[in-house]
Design a protein around this ligand. Structure first.
Ligand code: GLU
Length: 390
C-alpha cells in the first residue's frame, strides 16, 4: 500500500524525461493525456492533486533551436521562459478533456524558505486546490541564479509537499525505486520496497555509484534528499517508474516502488515546528474567553486580545499568554505589530474598518500550537530546515 488510495493531498513530480518525447516534436502528448486521466481518476475520488513539472528548459531549447550545444546561463533562462509557456499549454490541453483547469505556479527557493513568502505561497496554492484547480508547479528558472536555485525538482516537490501538508509525494522516475546497488550493472542489486528510516547505510547506497542513476537533474541522491524533507514533514514518498501510461494506477495495482514512510503527520509536523523551532518575535495577552476558545481548537480573534507586545511582522511566531501570564499557545500571526495593536479588542467586522483590510483572525487555528498537554516535538522538530524569518 502506497497510501495513495487514502491520501487527501498528493504531490506528483513529473520529470523532463517523461514529458519530452524522444523526437524533437516537443511534449509527449500521448503520455500526458494518459497521465491526465490517471490524475482525473484521483480527483473524482475527492483527492487533491498538485503536479510539479519539469521540462521548461528542455522544451524551450527545442522551440528556440538551441539543441546542439551547451547553453550559457542566460540562454538556459531564455529557454526556460520560452519552454514554460509551451509546458503549460501541454498541461492545459491534457487536463481540458477532464474539465480540469491547470494553473501555473512558479516558485523560487525563497518562496518555500522565507516564512512570509512561504505563508503567501501556501495561501495561494490552498486556494487553487479549494477551487478544484490543478496547480502545476515549476521553479522560476528564468529569474533564479545558480546560487539561489533548488536546482532539481525532486527537492522542490518535497518542499511544496511540506508547504501544503501533503500526505503523499510521488516521484515519477526512470527507475522503479531504490536498490542496494545500481541495478543496471549489478545483478545482486536488491530492490527496497519500504523504508521507515533513512539510515546512513541507505544514504550511502544512494550516494555511491547510484547517485546519478536516472535521467534528469535528480538522481537517487536528490530523491533521498527529497524523501528526507517529506518524511519529517509527515509525508510519505513513493519512488516509482513514470514511463507507463498510468503510473498512479500502476502503483495502486501494486507495481514495484519504494515507499519511504513519514515519521509524523503533516499537522503534527507543522505544529511541532511552530511550537519548537521558531523564536517568538512577540506576545499577545488574551482574555479568559479567548484562552478557553483556543484550548477548544478555535482561532484567536482580535476581540479576545488584550495586549500586544513586541515588534513582529505578519507571519512571525508569537506567544499567546493568559492574563495571569501563563503561556497558552504559540502561533503565526496574520498582522504586523502595529496593526495588531490597532485591532486588539475589536470584533471581526470592525477589523476591516479599522485597517482598510482584513486577514481574518489574529492567528488561525491551523497556525496555532497549544502549549499545554502538547507532545514534545520530535528531535527532528518536523520541518527541516525550518523556513526562516523574513
Ligand atoms: N526546472 C527545470 C525545468 O523545468 C527542471 C529541473 C529538474 O528537472 O529537476 O526544465
Amino acid at each position: 500500500m502506497s497510501g495513495l488510495e487514502t491520501a487527501k493531498r498528493i504531490v506528483v513530480k513529473v520529470g523532463s524525461a517523461l514529458l519530452i518525447g524522444d523526437n524533437d516534436a516537443g511534449a509527449d502528448r500521448a503520455w500526458l493525456a494518459a497521465f491526465a486521466s490517471d490524475v482525473a481518476r484521483l480527483r473524482a475520488r475527492g483527492q487533491q492533486v498538485l503536479v510539479v513539472s519539469s521540462g521548461a528548459v528542455g522544451l524551450g531549447r527545442r522551440r528556440l533551436g538551441l539543441l546542439r550545444r551547451a547553453l550559457t546561463l542566460p540562454e538556459k533562462q531564455a529557454a526556460a521562459a520560452a519552454g514554460q509557456s509551451a509546458l503549460m499549454r501541454a498541461w492545459e490541453e491534457a487536463f481540458e478533456p477532464h474539465g480540469a483547469i491547470a494553473a501555473q505556479v512558479l516558485l523560487t527557493r525563497d518562496d518555500t524558505e522565507v516564512r512570509r513568502r512561504w505563508l503567501n505561497a501556501r495561501a495561494t496554492v490552498d486556494t487553487l486546490l479549494a477551487l478544484g484547480v490543478i496547480p502545476v508547479v515549476n521553479e522560476n528558472d528564468t529569474v533564479v541564479t545558480e546560487e539561489i536555485r533548488y536546482g532539481d525538482n525532486d527537492r522542490l516537490a518535497a518542499r511544496v509537499a511540506q508547504m501544503i501538508g501533503a500526505d503523499v509525494l510521488v516521484l515519477l522516475s526512470d527507475v522503479d525505486g531504490l536498490y542496494t546497488a545500481d541495478p543496471r550493472n549489478n545483478p545482486d542489486a536488491r530492490h527496497l520496497a519500504r523504508l521507515s528510516r533513512l539510515t546512513p547505510e541507505i544514504e550511502a547506497m544512494a550516494g555511491g555509484a547510484n547517485a546519478s542513476a536516472g535521467v534528469g537533474t535528480g538522481g537517487m541522491a536528490t530523491k533521498l534528499a527529497a524523501a528526507r524533507i517529506a518524511q519529517s514533514a509527515g509525508c510519505a514518498t513513493v519512488i516509482t517508474l513514470g514511463r507507463r501510461p498510468a503510473p498512479l494506477a500502476a502503483l495502486e495495482a501494486g507495481e514495484r516502488s519504494t515507499i519511504i514512510e513519514p515519521s509524523t503527520t503533516p499537522a503534527a509536523a507543522y505544529k511541532a515546528w511552530i511550537a519548537g523551532s521558531l523564536a517568538p518575535a512577540g506576545a499577545l495577552v488574551v482574555d479568559a474567553g479567548a484562552a478557553a476558545a483556543l484550548k477548544r481548537g478555535k482561532s484567536l480573534l482580535a476581540a479576545g486580545v488584550r495586549e500586544v507586545q513586541g515588534r513582529f511582522d505578519k507571519g512571525d511566531a508569537v506567544v499567546v499568554r493568559d492574563e495571569a501570564g501563563h503561556e497558552v499557545a504559540r502561533g503565526l500571526i496574520r498582522y504586523e505589530a502595529g496593526d495588531a495593536l490597532r485591532i486588539r479588542g475589536l470584533k471581526s467586522q470592525a477589523v476591516e474598518q479599522a485597517l482598510g483590510y482584513t486577514s481574518g483572525p489574529m492567528i488561525h487555528a491551523d497556525d496555532l500550537a497549544l502549549s499545554h498537554g502538547r507532545e514534545e516535538p520530535p528531535a527532528s522538530a518536523g520541518f527541516e530546515p525550518a523556513p526562516q524569518g523574513a
